[in-house]
Design a protein around this ligand. Structure first.
Ligand code: TEU
Ligand code: CA
Length: 555
């Protein structure tokens, strides 16, 4: 029997940028509550909320200072309970972001742990400098090892009070928790229980595959993430996950999706194989790396064939994938894989067709359903993301000219998906009555929910139709995936279940393309509203065909 999270379409909310209810320029929980009916109307069954916990917001909430408090920017615990309750009454289940690889340095555990004698000392990784008396704290030579962070820095920060360094794989305000300490496990389990008891239906587990550090030995020198062989997807991680699952998750009907970075398909499968009882599913990244060279800061042209190959590989390996084309760490999928200038509507609909017809749980990121695009900022002054700020600083140190730096930031910054949701054509896109914490994309005059709601041909309506189609179709939900054709501009695959088959045809081309496979069938949905299959595809044409030969039905 299928699990509830296999039947539903999920939607990610980045609370800071979703809807501001009180005019302080920051999205909040009452704002989310006010928009629930719209999400229900779209067909959403699962909501993933990026962090709303207490946090100094060094990394917009991915640095938690109290796991049992709501950040006042977002509202109160009562608001949160109301959200869970209201969502539930609409048949929408809430998935919280669980950020447990690290806490904020302002968390009371960390504050206590700065005292070497505190029982909290061992909650984190504290190490003395290497250099003895002579070395100055912070000198490269003095650092406990040579690891480098996800945010383009060293992984160690010196603490005056302790006279030692602590480990941080992300920003220095995000110290890593020590999972060798059973006390840390106990704390984390009790946090999960706290939220599950409040009625939360599951967790999106932030960078979950970094949790267990096998050692703090020196790393093999690498272009990025030196040291990662000591913490990426280690055997100890599997044990941790099995313990969480056995002791907590299985006691509730809890859904877990792991954010797993730098995993191979086989590792991803091991982490989410139902037999092993670890995670339910994972977000993989390889398809998001097909237009990058080693790191995201260096782009290469988007290759639909490479993209389709990677997607197919993961579709075939994972027991149950979690599919996505964008999130709060990526750039906008329309800007990246479609053509927002010439073919925004057809290419947006083609990407929607891809996402909603893959095997696995689809995750839509806020604004994707409207065809929101990358930001239109003109300088670093408008950038808010810590990662972009760090990378810009590093690039400056490397003497990369300002214009080139800005080009890199523009093409890759996480702020591209963090601009406020575009609700209507009133000032700031209806997101706030005050001054937004980050600028709204000026294209809100043409791209906004209110306009799309009123237009039956809009991308929003197309998403709604696709979701409804998927909900009614066993083969779209549960059919096997088989790639039928992958070319430089075309991706064709089938989904099959018993004697039912659908064929998904997607063009990534701004020109006409010819389908050379002998395909026939009923058109279930088409982004040009064609009622019959025509092998000459329009720019970015997409359709789902019902293979009537297989079902024996008549066209
Ligand atoms: O992201 C993990 C992660 O690997 C990203 O930081 C990724 O390296 C980066 O975005 C690539 O550009 C998660 C969260 O989704 C992210 O927002 C947090 O910043 C990060 O963890 C730390 O908690
Ligand atoms: Ca607000």
């Amino acid at each position: 029997m299928a699990a509830w999270w296999q039947e539903q379409v999920a939607y990610q909310i980045y609370p800071r940028s979703f809807m501001d209810s009180n005019g302080d320029g920051i999205g909040d929980i009452p704002g989310i509550i006010s928009r629930l009916p719209i999400l229900k109307n779209l067909g959403i069954g699962i909501l993933w909320l990026s962090p709303v916990y207490a946090s100094p917001n060094d990394d917009n909430g991915y640095d938690i200072s109290d796991y049992r408090q709501i950040h006042p920017d977002y509202g109160t615990m009562a608001d949160m309970e109301e959200l869970i309750h209201q969502a539930e009454s609409l048949g929408i289940r809430l998935v919280m972001d669980l950020v447990i690889n690290h806490t904020s340095d302002e968390h009371v555990w960390f504050q206590n742990s700065r005292d070497p004698k505190s029982p909290y000392r061992d909650y984190y990784y504290w190490r003395p400098g290497k250099g003895g008396q002579a070395a100055k704290p912070g000198d490269k030579k003095d650092l406990p090892n040579n690891w480098t962070s996800f945010f383009a820095e060293d992984c160690w920060e010196y603490d005056e009070k302790s006279q030692e360094y602590y480990l941080h794989l992300f920003s220095k305000k995000q110290p890593d928790l020590n999972y060798h300490n059973p006390q840390v496990l106990k704390e984390v389990k009790s946090i999960m229980t706290f939220w599950l008891d409040k009625g939360v239906a599951g967790f999106r587990c932030d960078v979950i595959n970094l949790l267990y550090k096998t050692s703090l030995e020196k790393g093999r020198r690498r272009f990025i993430l030196t040291g990662s062989e000591h913490y990426l997807t280690t055997p100890g991680l599997h044990q941790l996950l099995q313990e969480f699952r056995r002791d907590i998750w299985d006691k509730y009907d809890c859904f877990t999706v792991g954010e797993t970075v730098f995993v191979t398909p086989q590792q991803g499968q091991d982490l989410s194989d139902p037999e092993r009882k670890e995670l339910d599913t994972i977000f993989s990244f390889e398809h998001m790396e097909t237009d990058q060279i080693i790191v995201k800061w260096f782009k290469r042209p988007f290759s639909p064939a490479r993209f389709a190959q990677v997607i197919s590989k993961w579709q075939k390996t994972l027991f149950w994938p979690a599919n996505y084309l964008e999130n709060h760490d990526q750039i906008r999928s329309l800007s990246r894989f479609g053509d927002p200038q010439k073919y925004p509507l057809p290419s947006g609909k083609m990407l929607a067709t891809l996402l909603l017809s893959l095997r696995g749980t689809p995750f839509i990121y806020q604004g994707q359903e409207l065809g929101m695009t990358n930001f239109d900022f003109s300088s670093m002054a408008e950038i808010r993301d810590i990662e972009s700020i760090n990378v810009n600083r590093l690039a400056k140190k490397l003497k990369i000219p300002a214009a080139l730096r800005w080009k890199m930031i523009q093409a890759t910054s996480r702020d591209n998906t963090r601009t406020p949701m575009q609700w209507d054509s009133s000032p700031h896109g209806g997101f706030t009555k005050g001054t937004p914490w980050i600028s709204v994309n000026q294209n809100y005059h043409t791209i906004n929910w209110e306009k799309e709601k009123a237009d039956p041909e809009s991308l929003w309506h197309f998403y709604q139709r696709l979701i409804a189609l998927r909900q009614q179709s066993e083969v779209l939900k549960f059919g096997d995936f088989t790639p039928l054709y992958i070319g430089s501009k075309l991706f064709i695959f089938s989904r099959s279940l018993a004697d039912e088959q659908v064929i998904i045809i997607l063009s990534f081309s701004s020109r006409a393309q010819k389908v050379k496979l002998p395909l026939t069938g009923n058109v279930l949905i088409n982004n040009y509203e064609h009622k019959n299959f025509n092998p000459i595809l329009k720019p970015y044409e997409a359709m789902i065909l019902q293979n009537t030969e297989k079902t024996g039905g008549k066209p």
